[in-house]
Ligand binder design. Structure first.
Ligand SMILES: [Zn+2]
Length: 270
């Protein structure tokens, strides 16, 4: 059993074959998919995907949708998000965080959205899915002030010390396609050396395609159906069988999400 802890199933890249993608993922052994729409305009579609495909849905406003000329989130959307969380009672809040890499987003506005969303997670006692890019210490600063019940630090990259701080705060570190590239040395080292109870697997599909789909940053479409093959490539880095890695990471994901939050990808999803 494999769990994809971070996926964007409602992305337009899946419009032509979403049902088949879920079907193939299930056939490949993926028993749960965490779907994160990232923008209030996509919440409806994500709820529908949750119903139709049995995804675990997280609601949140992605830092790349915040302010700046390319984003169009407005502060009122935090109230919209609060209504969705109160009504839908999702398994987690996310994808939220800080992105210190993408130009055109206002750092202060990103922090405002992040802090307000953390407060929502705390109010509803929900774990969060974190977007961490060149923002590890800033995120840790806020996470220490506004305590939430842990979550996933998605596509984690950073120092071993920073990783340990996230783990101390109850977070599992998410690894996926990027770690399948031999040149991603630091990420592979983190994957190999992090405590086994602190790692989860993810695809970030349609992004972050693994090495067997092309070169790093090729833009090939990633998909939750590839998670078992990604896991099989990563397992030897820890001296584990793919089955043992699947079992450990799935148990971690279930612990973070709460066992009752896990619904399996239904048979014959369409
Ligand atoms: Zn993502």
């Amino acid at each position: 059993m494999w769990i994809d802890t971070h996926c964007h199933l409602d992305a337009p890249e899946f419009d032509a074959d979403r049902a088949q993608v879920v079907e193939r993922a299930r056939a490949a052994g993926v028993s749960a998919i965490v779907n994160l729409p990232g923008h209030v305009d996509h919440f409806e579609a994500a709820r529908e995907s949750g119903r139709r495909y049995g995804c675990i849905t997280g609601y949140g406003i992605h830092p790349m949708w915040v302010a700046g000329p390319s984003g169009h989130s407005r502060r009122e959307e935090i109230a919209v998000l609060a209504e969705w969380i109160a009504r839908e009672r999702p398994a987690l809040v996310g994808e939220i965080g800080l992105d210190g890499f993408v130009p055109d987003t206002d750092p202060a506005e990103q922090e405002h959205f992040f802090v307000e969303q953390l407060k929502l997670a705390r109010r509803f006692a929900l774990p969060v899915s974190l977007h961490v890019r060149r923002s590890q210490d800033r995120l840790l600063y806020h996470l220490r002030r506004i305590r939430v019940p842990g979550g996933f630090a998605h596509a984690f990259n950073g120092s071993a010390q920073q990783a340990a701080e996230f783990v101390k705060l109850g977070f599992c570190l998410g690894f996926g396609g990027v770690a399948t590239f031999p040149q991603a040395r630091q990420i592979r080292r983190l994957f190999a050396e992090a405590p086994l109870e602190a790692i989860v697997l993810e695809t970030d599909a349609p992004d972050l395609a693994p090495a067997f789909l092309g070169t790093l940053g090729s833009g090939a479409r990633n998909s939750p159906e590839h998670l078992p093959a990604i896991g099989a490539l990563l397992a030897p880095l820890r001296g584990l069988s793919p089955e043992a890695l699947a079992e450990a990471t799935s148990a971690n994901a279930q612990r973070v999400l709460g066992v009752e939050a896990l619904c399996s990808v239904p048979r014959g999803a369409s």
